[in-house]
Design a protein around this ligand. Structure first.
Ligand code: PRX
Length: 630
């Protein structure tokens, strides 16, 4: 399957992928190393739902991401690690070194008794050992569950327990700009509630003081360094679990999305090469954290399976100053740069001198992911970073989809600012009316669904297939429902308008309102809470909490502070409410359901169009909330 190089070719390949998906995907699958070729390309039934790609095939994804490149690329850099500290030397890790480091960690895991199918939690900062840990699990067939190292001990414990992890890989601490985060004490607190964890392996990053628990905790350097640099990779079935990654849901319990080996490998590789039009020897930088799906798919698996050089960045865009991204681009001569709208919007606030101090002429392609990019940020990115010379690929996808679904193809698809444009080959989106009918024509708005399976779709929610079905396959039976709203314009271009469910996207992080509500309810003064999103100039969406207390607070600031701290402790700092309004009651229907639609409008400041409130138990409460809106 040739890489698409013109819009005509895109249309042809798209057509072919729809008419004959099995032939299309098998041609791509045949570019990988299989220990045994698959017997069938696709078996599926969205009613169950059950999806199997490349059944009967045997492989190991790490052999495809590392081993096969050693013939020609052993000395090529696989990963460039860029520290939190601009003056700490960056590290260039060749494919050979990556191979050896991954094997040592893999051997250590095997020595600790970890076998194929065991779950391993990874709670590490963005350091090379995070990449080694992920790939080491995949090499021995252990299921990795990476938890973003900004989550609190409670969130970490919930995720460990949900999948019954046997071992955790972590570090003493993490650097974040000028702060040090005590990861090990967060882990210690979490593990008090995690009976399945037998061992914790601690990497020394900050050299802070930690307490080691005998018989449980081991120093990374004491158990990894002496291991053999060779390690036989486990033979995996195509549909064996590769990893679990948690995402927020509309109940308080996070969902462990399950991704499997072969389909995920094929699709992340294909989309990496196609969307970004990756050319050998280009340098690719995705600024996401490996704690999220973007990092899994487009820092590690996609680029490495393509034999690319990928940057792993420990720092933040704003420290030591607002020019850090641009400094890194100049320093390493980055060719493809993939970031999030929230980062673009925050950097846009800084004087242009932070950009203009650096030579960004190496850039060839820009990308955006995680939330809708507003037209203004799009133009700023285009003019000041791309110098009107680089296509912007606005890539729409989800943790659940594993890889990019709707996106321009760089230098191929004619762009429209803020449009994710057209589906990737093999992806069949449909716009549905609220009543559940597919809208065929263009120039419409509705709910975004996908009608046909693609290789990297999540197969289930770990331990809860019924929830998987209820969440994604029951709203529109026989289709995958994304939870997003969209518009399709006269050219058939898609523009994603945002979530239509109870998930809000704050600085690109997916948060369930129910999760935040139950955290706020933990405060002893709080009786009930409703959380909604509101437009925020930098974060995209902010968190707005309407809180009922047992006694209306006289001076709210102390309580607000306490509530923010509780949320930060229970979920993590990313979920802290931006606005907390104390109210006497919430708009509820006669059956007791909170009318979030009304609260959303109030939070958005659109109080003139609240719609029908007559069905409410106490319509007067709406007026009161409106009057006190922040
Ligand atoms: O609402 C969409 C938004 O992010 C959601 C998925 O979040 P998550 O699973 O955390 O994965 C983020 C990284 C892939 C989607 O349901 N979203 C993601 N990309 C875009 C987007 N919204 C608009 N435009 C995008 N390019």
């Amino acid at each position: 399957m040739s890489i698409i190089s013109s819009f005509e070719e895109y249309k042809q390949q798209y057509q072919q992928s729809i008419e004959n998906p099995e032939e299309f995907w098998s041609q791509i699958a045949d570019t990988f190393v299989w220990r045994k070729k698959y017997d069938s390309v696709l078996k599926w039934d969205f009613n169950k739902p059950e999806v199997k790609w490349f059944e009967g095939g045997k492989l190991n994804i790490v052999e495809n991401c590392i081993d096969r490149h050693l013939v020609n690329k052993a000395r090529q850099t696989a990963i460039i690690w860029e520290s939190n500290f601009a003056d700490e030397p960056s590290r260039h890790i060749t494919y050979q070194e990556l191979f050896e480091s991954v094997n040592q960690v893999a051997n250590m895991l095997r020595q600790q008794g970890i076998k194929k199918g065991d779950r391993v939690c990874i709670y590490l900062p963005m350091i090379p050992q995070l990449a080694f840990a992920v790939l080491a699990c995949a090499r021995i067939g252990a299921v990795h569950s990476v938890v973003f190292a900004g989550f609190s001990s409670g969130s970490l414990a919930d995720r460990i327990n949900d999948s019954g992890c046997r071992l955790i890989l972590t570090s003493d601490g993490a650097y974040r700009a000028d702060k040090t985060l005590d990861l090990k004490s967060i882990v210690d607190e979490a593990l008090l509630k995690c009976p399945t964890v037998e061992k914790a392996i601690i990497y020394q990053r900050t050299k802070g003081k930690v307490t080691m628990k005998p018989n449980r905790d081991l120093w990374w350097h004491e158990v990894v360094g002496f291991q053999s640099k060779a390690c036989e990779a486990e033979e995996m079935d195509a549909e064996d679990i590769l990893f679990i990654l948690y995402t927020s849901g509309s109940t308080g319990k996070p969902k462990g999305m399950v991704h499997t080996c072969a389909g995920y490998m094929v699709y992340t590789n294909y989309t990496f090469k196609t969307v970004f039009q990756y050319q050998p020897n280009q340098l690719f930088w995705c600024t996401a954290d490996i704690g999220w799906i973007t990092g899994h798919s487009y820092i590690l698996y996609g680029p490495l399976s393509a034999g690319a050089t990928t940057i792993l960045f420990e720092g933040v865009p704003s420290w030591p100053d607002m020019g850090r991204f641009w400094h890194v681009i100049e320093k390493h001569k980055v060719n493809i740069f993939y970031t999030a709208p929230t980062a673009i919007r925050s950097l846009e606030q800084a004087p242009l001198s932070f950009v203009n101090n650096y030579d960004l002429s190496s850039l060839q392609v820009l990308g955006s992911v995680g939330e809708p990019i507003n037209v203004e940020a799009w133009h700023w990115y285009d003019e000041n970073i791309g110098r009107k010379n680089c296509p912007i690929v606005d890539t729409w996808w989800q943790t659940e989809t594993g890889g990019i679904m709707i996106s321009p193809i760089a230098n191929v698809t004619p762009l429209k600012p803020a449009f994710a444009t057209l589906p990737m080959p093999g992806i069949q989106p449909a716009v549905m009316s609220e009543k559940g009918a597919e809208i065929i024509e263009n120039n419409v708005e509705g709910r975004l669904t996908i009608k046909f399976p693609w290789p990297s779709m999540a197969r289930t929610i770990y331990g809860d297939h019924q929830r998987f079905r209820d969440t994604y396959f029951s709203t529109f039976p026989g289709m995958y429902f994304t939870g997003d709203g969209c518009k399709r314009d006269e050219d058939g271009y898609y523009r994603i308008t945002g979530r239509v469910d109870d998930i809000i996207i704050v600085s690109g992080h997916n948060l369930g309102t129910a999760e935040i509500e139950s955290a706020i309810d933990e405060h002893s003064s709080v009786c009930e809470t409703a959380v909604v999103g509101f437009p925020h100039t930098i974060k995209g969406q902010g968190v707005y909490a309407f809180v009922i207390c047992y006694e209306m607070p006289k001076e709210g600031e102390t309580l607000r502070q306490e509530i923010r701290e509780i949320v930060s402790k229970i979920i993590g700092p990313i979920a802290k409410p931006d606005k907390i309004q104390f109210v006497r009651g919430l708009p509820k229907t006669r059956s007791g359901k909170i009318m979030r639609r009304i609260l959303r409008k109030i939070a958005e400041g659109e109080v003139s169009s609240l719609g029908d409130t007559t069905t409410l138990l106490d319509p007067a409460i709406v007026e009161e909330i409106k009057a006190g809106a922040l």
